[in-house]
Design a protein around this ligand. Structure first.
Ligand SMILES: [Zn+2]
Length: 77
């Protein structure tokens, strides 16, 4: 198992580090590095990460659409 920090938190203890399996016989299970609670299968995790990055891209677009170029600030200075 390898220990990694993910953009997910354990549903039990809110820890953000998880053990990822490196061998096939570990059945691709993700476990919390703190309380060792079973989190999910790596396939599910992959889907969750993809969903997360999709949400972030959507947020970035929203913010950049509202942003103005820094002309106002330059004039003030
Ligand atoms: Zn945990």
């Amino acid at each position: 198992m390898i220990r990694v920090t993910l953009d997910l938190t354990c549903s039990i203890c809110d820890h953000d580090q998880f053990f990822l399996p490196v061998r096939a016989e570990e059945r691709q299970q993700i476990r919390c590095a703190n309380c060792t609670a079973f989190k999910c299968y790596s396939a599910d995790l992959e889907n969750a990460m993809i969903a997360l990055s999709r949400d972030r891209m959507r947020d970035k677009k929203k913010h950049s659409g509202q942003g103005r170029p820094g002309q106002d600030r330059a004039n003030a200075a």
